[in-house]
Design a binder for this molecule. Structure first.
Ligand SMILES: *Cc1c(COP(=O)(O)O)cnc(C)c1O
Length: 381
């Protein structure tokens, strides 16, 4: 394959466009440096680290504008661990799922494999579209993803009509949405995510904004497993009750990655100082619109998500015409330091996928579109 050198003046200042892990700002890394001998490598049970956890919890409460009686809870294992935790600690008997891509499918698969739960009710549609779970009898949890990272679809977040009256919880995977897309947390009972996407930290943690109903549910299920004849095992690592109790003390059940905490805390302060959710979501919308508009005007690229209302402002997916090989485009970009613009592998489309989280500069997104045009011009025109 020919080597293409993009003129340096065209290149973005920062070439990281991944959908997670995503760009970490230099200031976040400097925060690590500042704690190099006093914070890193110190006990997570002492006040220095607990203060960071406390600051993260307060910073997220502010950023997400959570209702007063909601709590920010965290633990180790990322959103993937939270799926299993929700199966063990939040779903009483049967859950309904909206499935429209790889990530929304994985949680439904976890629930299907839990022997103490009834088979989930799954509302499915083709990738690139969106389907919320529908009101279903005898369901005690409704689950879907705010942003389906594998397809670039942003779903609405609101309670399913009738679900509150039914006593069912609304459990929303916000892994690539929190920090990038607007949300009214009161429409959810568990809004959970990992910090390596819009919050630009490293992976390994899960964080959830929990309603009083979700907290009650976790305590109730923990209590019920002590009753005779209840065939549910809650492994200690998947006990949401224990995560809640640890979080209230600004700590995690087991040792967290301290660097992840420091970088997350720095990012939250940056976001909140700049204007919080309104600022962050407007910036992501700006970044995304640069890409969608470029694609709509291009004669070889077009947005993958047909319905403009479902196009994500967090993760943008752009299909390329068959005559343009997306793998060659992303490889040429990578040779020039522009990283992680490939489509989601399992989706298998001739596609670019770009994380446009708050850390990404709009000028860099504009530069990216010029670089793609340049590479395509060199290779095919
Ligand atoms: C990345 C992602 C996950 C998985 O997060 P981990 O931290 O790797 O467990 C889950 N759901 C969505 C929507 C994601 O984007």
């Amino acid at each position: 394959m020919a080597t293409i050198t993009i003129p340096p003046s065209m290149l973005p200042e920062d070439g990281r466009f991944g959908s997670g892990p995503s760009k970490i700002r230099p200031e976040q890394v400097q925060a690590l440096d500042a704690g190099a001998t006093t914070v890193l490598g110190t006990s997570h049970r002492q006040s220095t680290i607990k203060q960071i956890v406390g600051s993260i919890r307060a910073g997220l409460a502010e950023f997400l504008r959570i209702p007063d009686d909601y709590e920010i809870v965290l633990g180790n294992g990322g959103a993937t661990a939270f799926w299993d935790m929700a199966c063990a600690s939040l779903i009483t008997r049967r859950a309904a799922f909206g499935v429209y891509g790889s990530f929304s499918a994985k949680f439904a698969d976890s629930a299907a494999s839990a022997p103490f739960l009834e088979d989930p009710v799954v509302y499915r549609c083709e990738p690139g579209d969106c389907r919320l779970p529908e009101y279903t009898e005898y369901v005690d949890a409704y689950c879907w993803a705010h942003n389906e990272t594998s397809t670039g679809v942003a779903a609405p977040v609101h309670r399913i009509a009738g679900s509150l009256e039914q006593g069912a919880l609304t459990i929303v995977d916000a892994t690539s949405a929190a920090g990038a897309l607007p949300v009214d947390i009161s429409q959810t009972d568990a809004y959970y995510f990992s910090p390596q996407k819009a919050f630009g930290s490293d992976g390994g943690l899960w964080i959830a904004a929990l309603s009083p109903a979700a907290i009650d549910r976790a305590y109730g299920i923990a209590q019920s497993t002590s009753l005779e004849g209840v065939l549910r095992w809650i492994p200690p690592f998947l006990s949401l009750k224990s995560a809640i109790e640890n979080s209230r003390k600004d700590q995690t059940l087991n040792t967290p990655a301290i660097a992840t905490l420091i970088m997350l805390n720095e990012q939250l302060q940056w976001l909140n100082n700049n204007g919080g959710m309104a600022w962050a979501t407007a910036r992501c919308a700006k970044n995304a619109s640069l890409l969608y508009q470029w694609a709509e005007q291009s004669d070889y690229a077009h947005p993958f998500v047909a319905d403009p209302a479902l196009r994500s402002n967090a993760v943008v997916t752009i299909d390329l015409d068959d005559r343009i090989n997306a793998k060659q485009v992303t490889a040429a970009l990578r040779e020039n330091g522009i990283l992680d613009t490939s489509g989601y592998r399992k989706l298998g489309r001739n596609q670019l996928r770009v994380g446009v989280f708050p850390s990404v500069e709009p000028a860099d997104v504009a530069a990216l579109t010029n670089c793609v045009d340049y590479v395509v011009g060199q290779l095919w025109e």
